[in-house]
Design a protein around this ligand. Structure first.
Ligand code: PGA
Length: 248
C-alpha cells in the first residue's frame, strides 16, 4: 500500500519539451494539481528550470533536475552544478538514472560524489537503482541493487533522500514488473536501506501509466512513482496523481 503521507508522483521529461510545450503543460495542469496526500514533482530539461520555477511553485509542484555534475563551478564544459540547480529553484535531483549509467557510463563512485554535493547544496537526490534483464534472469537482481545502494554506506542517517527502483528492462518498454516482483524487490530495497541506516521513501519506475498505476502504487513498499513517458502530457500525468490520491 502506498504510504499516504509520503507518496510522490515525479515526472522525468528526459530530453523532451520546448518552452511553448512546457507552458501549455502548465496551463493544462489546472490550478491545484497536487491533492493533499500526494506530493507532485517534475524534472524538465535544464533549459526549462527557470521558466517553470514560478508557475510550478504556484501550483505546489516541486521542481527537480534530471542530473548534475559533482563540482560547484569551473572548467567543466557542458555540465551543470548543484549551486545552479538550487539557484533555479530545484528541490530534487535525479542521480544514477540507468540512462546516465548506461549511456554516459556513470559509475557508483561518481554517483557517490554527486550525492555528497547534492546534500551539501540542499538538494534532495532521487537515487535510481535497477537491474538489467539478463541480471534479473540470472537471479542477480538483489546483488545488483545491493551494489548500487552501497553508495549510501557511511552516509549519515536522516539526510533528505528518495530512492527509485526502476528495472531497466521496464523503462520506456511498455513492460512493467509484476506486482509480485515489485513487492518482493521493494521489500529487499527497504531492508537493505534500513541495514544502511536509511528509512527513506522508495518509488517504483518503469512504464508506469494511467492503466497500471493503481496496481503498482498499491504494492507493499511502493511510496510513489518515477514516470517518464506518461508525464509528458498533463492529462495522463494527472491520471497518475489521481490514482495515488485514491490510495491515500
Ligand atoms: P518510463 O521512464 O516511465 O518512460 O518507462 C521511467 C524513467 O526512466 O524514470
Amino acid at each position: 500500500m502506498a504510504n499516504a503521507t509520503r507518496c510522490l508522483i515525479a515526472g522525468n521529461w528526459k530530453m523532451n519539451g520546448t518552452l511553448q510545450e512546457s507552458l501549455d503543460f502548465v496551463d493544462d495542469l489546472g490550478a491545484n494539481p497536487a491533492p493533499e496526500h500526494v506530493e507532485v514533482a517534475l524534472m524538465p530539461p535544464f533549459t526549462l528550470l527557470h521558466p517553470l520555477a514560478f508557475p510550478f511553485s504556484e501550483k505546489d509542484v516541486r521542481l527537480g533536475a534530471q542530473s548534475m555534475y559533482c563540482e560547484v563551478s569551473g572548467a567543466f564544459t557542458g555540465s551543470i552544478s548543484p549551486l545552479m540547480l538550487r539557484d533555479a529553484g530545484c528541490h530534487y535531483v535525479i542521480l544514477g538514472h540507468s540512462e546516465r549509467r548506461d549511456i554516459q557510463h556513470e559509475s557508483n563512485a561518481l554517483i557517490r560524489k554527486k550525492l555528497g554535493m547534492a546534500w551539501e547544496h540542499g538538494l534532495e537526490p532521487i537515487l535510481c537503482i535497477g537491474e538489467h534483464l539478463e541480471e534479473r534472469e540470472s537471479g542477480k537482481t538483489n546483488e545488483v541493487l545491493k551494489e548500487q545502494l552501497s553508495v549510501l554506506e557511511g552516509v549519515e542517517a536522516g539526510v533528505p533522500l528518495t530512492v527509485a527502483y526502476e528495472p531497466v528492462w521496464a523503462i520506456g518498454t511498455g513492460k512493467t514488473a509484476s506486482p509480485e516482483q515489485v513487492k518482493e524487490t521493494h521489500a529487499f530495497v527497504h531492508e537493505e536501506l534500513s541495514r544502511l541506516g536509511h528509512d527513506c521513501r522508495v518509488l517504483y519506475g518503469g512504464s508506469v501509466n494511467p492503466g497500471n498505476a493503481a496496481e503498482l502504487l498499491a504494492c507493499d513498499g511502493v511510496e510513489g512513482a518515477l514516470v517518464g513517458g506518461a508525464s509528458l502530457k498533463a492529462d495522463s500525468f494527472m491520471e497518475l496523481i489521481e490514482a495515488a490520491a485514491k490510495l491515500a
